[in-house]
Design a protein around this ligand. Sequence first.
Ligand code: ZN
Length: 292
Amino acid sequence: MKGKTRFAPSPTGYLHEGHLLSALYVWAAAKKWDLDVHLRIEDHDQERARPKHIAAIREDLQWLGFSWQSESVQSDHFNRFETRLKKLQDQGLVYPCCCSRKELDAENPKNEYGEVIYQGKCLSKFKALNSDFDLSKPHSLRIHIPDKVIQWHDLRMGDFAENPKLQCGDFPIRDRIGQWTYQFAVCADDIDEQITHVIRGEDIRNSTARQIALMELLGRTEPPMYLHHPLIVDTAGKKLSKREKAHSIRQDREAGATPQELLGRVLFHAGLQDSPSPTDLNRALDLICRTL
Ligand SMILES: [Zn+2]
């Protein structure tokens, strides 16, 4: 069976240079390993997702010259997510957490990325009170993950062995306002959409072990293959998010830039080309293929 990768932006804003670099890696991987590309609009955050951004993602990608074999919008899957949640609950793997942001910060250690390593305070409360837990208070739902090392291989960065219990502890699959979390939505969709290759930025690499752990609990024993690509950094070595946001692909288009100019610029900023000279999409993909 032909493999499948995905490009999965969130429609919370317009695509920027960072997305474009990610798209180039996804389509380069598809070219190299003969994969189908699935476009998934990750609108699990319904508070921040906007229909105009969903339309703009498709349009900007087409304008840049990308094409894909299938697409989906995550919010169409929420019923399926409910069914998956119910199954986890039936297995006793989910518990409510009433800790506020402030309590979480004050009561738990943090990992190297500044994320809380949840120590399971509400698990013991939930167990002690059994079903009498006060659910009228705002609460998130956490997944009770096993205390075990997950071994996984990155196609670019090599082997990893990480224990998500020590990295982040039990993590939320639904947040305090009832929204599906990124971690849960991405795992459910990577399973249901039969994704074989996950290509994404290095900034999400630390989510991989916990996602593999969650996918196992959801019933997928063979995880996808992973490749985490380098990000565009400024001279101080920091991620370019703020400057990128001020500079969306949409704005560049409206200012008269061509796709070739944008591709040349992103390759230059990513250190893959010596100058920002215009480049066509095929040449850009070939350049990246050689680094994979
Ligand atoms: Zn808690």
